[in-house]
Design a protein around this ligand. Sequence first.
Ligand SMILES: Cc1cc2nc3c(=O)[nH]c(=O)nc-3n(C[C@H](O)[C@H](O)[C@H](O)COP(=O)(O)OP(=O)(O)OC[C@H]3O[C@@H](n4cnc5c(N)ncnc54)[C@H](O)[C@@H]3O)c2cc1C
Ligand code: SF4
Ligand code: SF4
Length: 442
Amino acid sequence: MSDLGRDRSAECIAPPPAIPLSLAEIVENGLCIGCGLCRSLAGPQEIEMIMTPEGRLRPVARVALNHSTLTRINAVCPGTRIAGPPPSQTATAALTDTVWGPAERVSLGYAGDPAVRFQASSGGVLTALGQFLLTSGRVNFVLHVSASRTAPMRSERQLSFDAASVLEGAGSRYGPVAPLENFSEILARGKPFALIGKPCDITAVRNLARHDPRVDKYMSYALAFVCGGASDLSKSEQVLQRLGLAEDELALFRYRGYGNPGPNRIETKDGRAFQLSYRQLWEDEDKWMIQPRCKICPDAVGQVADIVASDAWLNGGPAVDDEALNGIIVRTRRGLELFDAAVAAGVLAIKRESSFAELGELQSHQTRKRRAVWARLKGIAIAGKPIPVVTDLALEDCARQNAPAANLVEGRGARDRAKRGRLGEPRAVRRGEVVIVKDGSP
Ligand SMILES: Cc1cc2nc3c(=O)[nH]c(=O)nc-3n(C[C@H](O)[C@H](O)[C@H](O)COP(=O)(O)OP(=O)(O)OC[C@H]3O[C@@H](n4cnc5c(N)ncnc54)[C@H](O)[C@@H]3O)c2cc1C
Ligand code: SF4
Ligand code: SF4
């Protein structure tokens, strides 16, 4: 575990696999986050997204995928390839930090519109920017996600063509969602658009941009949030169990928002309402049910987005109703032009400048994870399991901020868990589907 490599761009954790991983190998090795991009590339006749018994959206091949399709999937899947910002961006950025990456500016701020900042997740910065992109004519539509209208505990991809629709999608959807499942159709519209999503969603489309020029042509902006991990649907089902409710009774399932962070609010079709505080929802870390891919996420801080918004609880952690506020990391020049215009138009209000040092204190779990991922991936590779090809994310430099003994413990732990199969996932089957095991019994 002490053979720290030298090539920063390639991270040198393990050589890329000689043959592309199958879809099942990506899923069963815990690399899939369920973004849906593979389904978009291969088409619904070849790949479908299913909800597994664990409460994860996973792709399943409906036919044998040929080598060329698998090669294309491996090149864009955010479970197999994770690239950081181009070195030229990092070299010329106004600010850089080993853990947090490059930025033009780091601030604390919130949406200028009080309705947006109340309804949104933290301070409404992403919603306000999404709305501004539309009203200023910079884009034709915004691709993001929202609660399903028919099954409100589920989340689905949303295309917003006006400000009201962007607001409808405000808030954090912690459960599974596949925002990229028909990304090819979105590109085929041939109109400028913005993507708001998780850092891994942005990674996926940046991967695709290296193979499909339409991405850079039409995806004008990519906005992300700092991400602690997406949870299984089972996490939300646990809440229903606790309240004695069934999913088909629900009229509303909101994780947070309507305050910062605001309550997890559940309403039933027959008019009953229930609330858990944010702390009650997340009080037991063992029951967060975070997806396996998140535990090895090399970039949960959105290094390849144009602008990233985070929580910013200045009192040390979420109370029931903190001041509406975001950390705002402006990553690119394009993001800076948008940010400056949004501030000038009163769409964003800036409380004060911040710094990566402050964000690191406010988001210490992100710092810990960035420093741990290199050793975790190394441990998994030593166990003989596939890991993503990671480039330009300074994982090794992050690991060097730990004591060597800490990296050793982290790497050995990951190696042992990987050997025991604890970092992978079961074969993806649809909920309710009977699995036939080798001896023929169900
Ligand atoms: C799974 C998850 C984990 C998170 N972990 C952290 C964390 O560790 N640290 C932290 O600072 N913040 C975290 N957040 C982000 C935080 O909850 C806020 O979303 C963020 O601060 C932006 O706030 P906002 O008020 O600008 O967002 P809003 O204005 O409410 O906008 C949020 C936007 O994100 C989109 N969105 C919501 N959920 C998803 C999803 N699952 N996939 C794709 N797009 C989505 C919505 O469609 C909306 O456009 C997490 C959010 C999620 C969904
Ligand atoms: S992460 Fe996305 S692209 Fe990769 S296998 Fe999963 S759904 Fe497909
Ligand atoms: S932690 Fe990483 S892999 Fe998991 S949802 Fe967030 S960005 Fe995606």
